[in-house]
Design a protein around this ligand. Sequence first.
Ligand code: EPU
Length: 336
Amino acid sequence: MIIKEHVNLKPRNTFGIEARCRYWIECDDEGQLLDLLASRPWRGQETFVLGGGSNVLFTADFPGVIFHPAMKEREIASETATEVFLRVGAGVPWDDVVRWAVERGYGGIENLSMVPGSVGATPVQNIGAYGAEIGERIARVEAIDVERGVKRVISGEECRFGYRDSLFKGEWKDRFIITRVTYRLSKTPRFHLDYRGVREEVERTGEPSLASIRQAIIRLREARLPDVKALPNAGSFFKNPVVERSIAERLSALFPAMPSYPAGEGNVKLAAGWLIEQAGWKGRAIGEAAVHDKQALVLVNKGGATGSEIARLANEIKKSVFMNFGVWIEPEVNIL
Ligand code: EPU
């Protein structure tokens, strides 16, 4: 376990924002973490769990304690004739898991290739891309209950996964430190090619396979999403808004080209990227904070932007989308 004070978080957030935290606790051992929790040296302080830092915006120094789970093991916990249950430490980069599975012919997560971040964040966010969501593949989550100081094993169903959502973001916010996640992978994969553009990209290089799908997804992502090394960012800054069908129908009548997708129970999901682009924001900047010129859902740091500058840009966009379409969009990124 590593405990440090006044840690510089710039290399630990993909927005590349200058910020420091009061305490940094990095731990790869559940037992040690439980011991530390029992003495609660940080009583009364704010806490936050930071994984890969790819979905967070620091608008100021963090005055409390940041936990960084660093469990790195990977093991096949069990298997059946058709499935493999892969148990992975929270600190493993997510794409290492995808690459490992694809190389061994285990399917179910290939469409989630190259999603940034670490394993521990996958259930919190219910990461999703190209027609797949990780919630469909999470068998269980192991976590430490910070309030009670005990270990819990939580089933996938208990997490109540929704679009970019789970109980870890709602009722359980700040309550658990996720230490391991077990994914259910298929030995007889079914390919998911129906998301816009995926089939065409896969077929450019031949027959669909786990490997060709992974390569196609990587190419699609590289074409539209900025590389954090060149242009620091946190992926989609906003969630796609889910609205009542009547509202979507009214907007579709006014804007026939507007993309929309059924979202269950009389709801419709709209494309925030489209709304932002139509409101005139694609490629625009306020100081060093900018809207990416290939994907308007992504905000980028062009250089020395501060967290508050990016938050200010986000707020302007949010108001402008509301003025144009009467729809509020909400950040997907954690703003601290
Ligand atoms: N669109 C625009 N202009 C834009 C962006 C999008 O008109 O600037 C339109 C597209 O033409 C399309 C629709 O909006 O008709 C949807 O766009 P796209 O398929 O690119 O996906 P998205 O809804 O913008 C979501 C995820 C991404 C994920 C992609 C691909 C969210 C918040 N974002 O974006 O996830 O990679 O689908 O599956 O759900 C992330 O979460 O960080 C992320 C990058």
